[in-house]
Design a protein around this ligand. Structure first.
Ligand SMILES: *Cc1c(COP(=O)(O)O)cnc(C)c1O
Length: 458
């Protein structure tokens, strides 16, 4: 078969056999899918040989781009030893090595005491969150605080797609359909300054959203096992950057009201915000931290939930006490994924990733400031190398584009025609390039996005 027939076959077979995530398949079937066949550094190539800049790090995971030599080699070397063995009743060397490395990282980021330093592995962000919720719930049960079994989460939060994670989520368009299946939770206002649901303005508000958070805690702390929060940036909710001091207040309130702070750093972890973990920016130490996405550099599915020693110790007891944490997945601690993660974490030191991000963060910040002047850019916000540009038809009223207009998608398609792949969140254009993207490629990407936004909103 020639390239043309090969491609026709792939496209037809995709439309015929695959059910794509978060996708209206009727529309998908009517269009021609872009099929990626290869990647290199910050670029991916489609089946016709066209290269694109990977502007969202393949859904926020490929933090070092594609075909990163060190990770390629680590996986190949591990394949020659063993590809999978279980952590149920056994252990394996790469999982041990990774757990040790992660705890070292936690200590470097947060200090030596009371940091989350017990590693529970799973395989995706949603399961990392499920694990955190179950741990927090059971922790209080073991302490005899039987009524502490509810959770507090934020409007616009996204913690994954499994039912526990959806229960603590707050993005209506993703979550409403499953309402009857969810457990009830308390919801606090989203720290979303551009569209403050309390009608206040930062900084005059004095963090009124945190006061509201406190109100809920004050009334319900006796029932609350934990507060789950995406530190600094509510990512899938629309790259919503919380005002300075909000996270710190949340930590203080959790301590004051004896509620566990669960930091979902699935999106923000591993350098994305310019520090290893977003919590570091406000010197906040969570009780439980959920990590996934960037952990293997986007090579293999892996996640980790880390809890403090204090939480861990509550689960210790005699076999008959049934204090065991009854949770586990078939691929928990998969050796290939663990080996990839070890190699990925080493790159941060070897390439001084975080300090090399600084000029790129500065470039992105400059660009966002300029974008803010455009007639249809309502808000341009970022933290580190994660950014969102929120488009509005009218900046004075801030009334959003009708979601059915798919203005974000129009920008994405325009950008794709010009060699840049992005994926919007509603009316928010998302920028999440690999952390090691060159400054030239970042500049190029931002130019394409600016042109796309101007042309689509004209
Ligand atoms: C992506 C994401 C998740 C879910 O991760 P999956 O691997 O897609 O299950 C959870 N929390 C946050 C903050 C995320 O960004």
């Amino acid at each position: 078969m020639g390239l043309q027939e090969d491609n026709r076959h792939l496209e037809d077979a995709d439309r015929k056999y695959i059910w794509h995530p978060f996708t209206q398949m009727k529309e998908w079937e009517e269009a021609t899918p872009v099929i990626i066949t290869e990647g290199r550094d910050s670029f991916v190539k489609d089946s016709y040989g066209r290269w694109y800049l990977d502007g969202v790090s393949s859904l926020w995971v490929n933090i070092f781009g594609h075909r990163k030599k060190e990770i390629d080699e680590a996986i190949k070397a591990q394949v020659d030893r063993i590809s999978h063995s279980t952590l149920l009743g056994l252990s394996n060397a790469p999982a041990v090595e990774l757990a040790e490395k992660m705890v070292t990282l936690m200590n470097a980021s947060f200090g030596q005491t009371q940091v989350p330093a017990r590693v529970f592995f799973s395989d995706n962000g949603s399961t990392a969150v499920e694990v955190a919720l179950k741990m927090a719930f059971q922790y209080w049960q073991h302490l005899g605080e039987k009524q502490k079994r509810s959770f507090l989460s934020l409007n616009n939060a996204y913690h994954g797609d499994t039912l526990g994670a959806v229960s603590v989520g707050g993005v209506a368009i993703f979550h409403e359909a499953f309402g009857p299946l969810l457990f009830p939770t308390y919801k606090a206002p989203s720290p979303y300054c551009y569209r403050c649901e309390l009608g206040r303005e930062y900084p005059d508000c004095g963090l009124f959203c945190a006061d509201k958070l406190e109100e809920i805690m004050k009334d319900h702390h006796s029932e609350l096992a934990g507060l789950i929060i995406e530190p600094l940036v509510q990512a899938a909710g629309g790259m919503i950057v919380s005002p300075p001091g909000y996270l710190k207040r949340a930590r203080e309130l959790c301590t004051k009201y004896n509620i566990l702070l669960i930091a979902d750093e699935v999106a923000t972890g591993f350098g994305r915000t310019g520090r290893m973990f977003a919590c570091e920016h406000e010197h906040v130490i969570p009780d439980i931290i959920c990590l996934s996405k960037g952990i293997t550099g986007g090579y293999l599915p892996l996640a980790a939930t880390l809890a403090t020693e204090e939480i861990y110790r509550a689960f210790l007891g005699e076999f008959k006490d049934l204090k065991t944490f009854f949770h586990g997945h078939s691929y928990t601690g998969n050796p290939l994924a663990s080996a990839a993660a070890v190699a990925c974490l080493d790159i941060f030191t070897k390439e001084e990733t975080l300090s090399n991000m600084l000029p790129k963060i500065a470039l992105l910040d400059d660009w966002l400031r300029n974008m803010q002047a455009l007639p249809h850019v309502g808000d341009a916000r970022s933290r580190g190398l994660m950014a969102g540009v929120e488009l509005v038809p009218d900046k004075t009223t801030k009334i959003p584009y009708d979601w059915q207009e798919k203005v974000g998608w129009k920008v994405a398609y325009h950008a794709r025609d010009n060699g840049v792949i992005i994926r919007p969140l509603g009316n928010v254009v998302v920028i999440m390039p690999p952390l090691n993207i060159s400054i030239e490629n970042l500049g190029r990407m931002l130019k394409v996005l600016r042109d796309a936004i101007i042309s689509v909103t004209a």
